[in-house]
Write a protein that binds this ligand. Structure first.
Ligand SMILES: [Zn+2]
Length: 166
């Protein structure tokens, strides 16, 4: 599965990719050398809009993809099409904050005190980030996100995706 390092000019894209289940780290400093090193060490594809990358000689094993759009939702579409990711989308399986794969909460009682009471009472499916502890649940928020994702992808792609988002 392809993994990404997103440079600081496209930080929001990293969150969207995570939301769809993809491994996307975000390099805050935007330092080209660091991004290239990370891409090399962790076998990640660089996603960037920084034209300075065009002047740098990349190591052989490092792949870079230039995002042509400034808009996050269009960038997301570009990446999905370029890397043929439509069949690999697995929404809400990765922590949006820290990029760690989520774990299913098997015993709901464990998270009773970690979510609002109303949420605890009205939901049965929860996931937890083993790294930062954030709790996720399927609810109105995720439904709104799913709708947004489908809009971004457009009719032909979203048709393929609908089953995994429901
Ligand atoms: Zn996390």
């Amino acid at each position: 599965m392809v993994r990404f390092v997103v440079d600081s000019m496209a930080g929001k894209l990293a969150r969207w990719l995570r939301m769809l289940g993809f491994d996307a780290v975000y390099e805050r400093t935007g330092e080209i050398e660091r991004i290239i090193q990370m891409a090399h060490d962790e076998k990640r594809v660089i996603l960037t809009r920084n034209s300075h990358f065009k002047k740098v000689k990349l190591p052989k094993d490092v792949r870079l993809f230039f995002l042509s759009s400034e808009k996050t939702h269009l960038q997301l579409r570009e990446v999905i099409l370029e890397f043929d990711l439509i069949d690999k989308i697995a929404p809400f399986t990765r922590c949006i904050e820290c990029n760690t794969p989520l774990e299913k909460v098997t015993d709901k009682e464990e998270i009773r005190l970690k979510v609002p009471y109303f949420v605890f009472r009205t939901h049965d499916e929860f996931s937890r980030c083993p790294s930062c502890g954030r709790i996720y649940w399927k609810g109105t928020h995720t439904e709104a996100m799913s709708k947004r994702i489908l809009r971004i992808l457009g009719p032909e792609l979203s048709e393929k995706l609908k089953s995994s988002l429901s």
